[in-house]
Write a protein that binds this ligand. Structure first.
Ligand code: FEO
Length: 411
């Protein structure tokens, strides 16, 4: 397959096949991959996504073989990760009349990654449409699939979905269409989902709603195969893999509180777990019976431990409890620290240290970033003073939703 391969009327593949064992998200892509980009030769010629930055110049030259770059009116950037936006600088330097089309969050990322501060941007909001001269593009925001700024593009007239990372496969395909692969791509499709998309499964549910009202005759993603048969089956795979859940999970939340702010945090966590159909037991360490608390912890699947900070340390009876927890076998449980504070919040860090001294899987911001790339989920959960403002509540909920997804996932 060479750039210029036609997949529909006036729509051409202009991507790059990468046969290397590509290192990607701490995986080695044993079957390589492709970076699928598309040229829509309409009245207002448009490029959808580019290629990995290693092939940027080659990509721009290949596009220039098919169209005068000065005629390109729009460059759609569905997702800014460099395996798709990496050819942007090379292309934009030739396509000087092109407007870059992306979400609001993507604008500063593109400007700073590729020094394109001087270029025209068209900022997309969910549901916006763009007339590209003979075809209409509809955009839907799909945050965190794969990163926060991501959107998908749908060509109304051709009924083709360009979802970038979503519905992809990591295979260095020689034939773009799955039905011409010569084998069933389902295992590759599922493997890609599990490696790349599943950590963001909460957002897949948004995606399923976003595509539910689209009449899709072809999915043209930005890695691997394009799909034009059994489309409902592949979308349903995402729906089922992201929603199938385990039952009967329980979280124990234990806290010590000075001014009830850490207690309020515990209650926000509790409500969020309940919304996710997870049982919750909440304990004030200074009021509840210690044996009951320890039994609750022993039977829980995840344990949240919180403390207010007084004189740079934990309060109440929490330290006694944490010492006993360190002598228990808590293997297989998830754990997280939280707390309200006024100045430095040392107690929350001390709780984290104690949890790290157990054999539980203690959540950390570093661990979240390394496992998912998400930066909006933070552990330990630290809130200054009362958790009343929306931003603080969201921070607490983000943590509870992340742990809920870990507990409920069947994969
Ligand atoms: Fe294919 Fe999120 O990059």
């Amino acid at each position: 397959m060479k750039p210029g391969f036609q997949l529909a009327k006036d729509i051409y593949w202009v991507g790059k096949i990468d046969n290397r064992e590509v290192p990607f998200h701490r995986l080695l892509l044993s079957k390589g991959t492709t970076y699928n980009a598309y040229l829509l030769k309409t009245g207002k010629p448009t490029i959808i996504d580019t290629v990995d930055m290693a092939f940027g110049r080659e990509f721009a030259e290949a596009v220039a073989e098919l169209i005068d770059p000065l005629d390109i009116q729009y460059i759609i950037v569905n997702h800014t990760e460099p395996d798709h936006s990496g050819g942007l600088a090379a292309l934009a330097s030739k396509a000087t009349n092109a407007t870059i089309v992306c979400t609001e969050i993507a604008v500063p990322e593109i400007q700073q990654m590729y020094k394109l501060q001087h270029r025209n941007f068209l900022v997309i909001k969910d549901g916006d449409q763009l007339d590209i001269g003979g075809k209409t593009l509809l955009f839907k925001e799909t945050p965190y699939l794969h990163t926060e700024e991501t959107m998908i593009t749908y060509c109304v007239e051709d009924k083709i979905l360009f979802p970038c990372d979503i519905f992809s496969t990591h295979v260095a395909v020689e034939h773009l269409f799955a039905d011409e692969a010569g084998f069933d791509i389902t295992d590759d499709f599922i493997g890609y989902y599990q490696a790349i998309i599943h950590p963001h499964r909460r957002y897949v549910r948004t995606l399923i709603n976003a595509v539910a009202d689209l009449d899709i005759e072809m999915i043209a993603p930005s890695h691997g195969f394009a799909i034009r048969h059994d489309i409902a089956k592949f979308i349903d795979l995402y729906a089922s893999m992201s929603t199938e859940t385990k039952d009967d999970k329980k979280v124990a939340i234990v806290y010590a509180t000075l001014k009830n702010n850490t207690k309020k945090m515990a209650n926000i966590l509790k409500d969020c777990f309940l919304e996710n159909q997870i049982k919750v037991e909440v304990w004030d360490v200074d009021k509840a019976d210690e044996t009951e608390i320890l039994n609750s912890i022993a039977s829980a699947d995840a344990v949240f431990v919180g403390s207010s900070t007084k004189y740079a340390d934990m309060t109440g009876k929490l330290e006694d409890l944490l010492q006993k927890m360190q002598k228990m076998n808590l293997e297989g449980k998830l754990a997280a620290a939280f707390g309200s504070y006024g100045w430095s919040g040392e107690a929350i860090e001390v709780v984290q240290d104690y949890l790290n001294g157990t054999n539980m899987e203690v959540q950390s911001t570093s661990g979240v970033i390394k496992s998912t790339g998400m930066t909006h989920v933070e552990f330990p959960v630290r809130i200054r003073f009362s958790p009343t403002e929306d931003e603080k509540v969201k921070k607490i909920k983000n943590a509870a939703e992340f742990v809920s997804d870990l507990l409920l996932s069947v994969i």
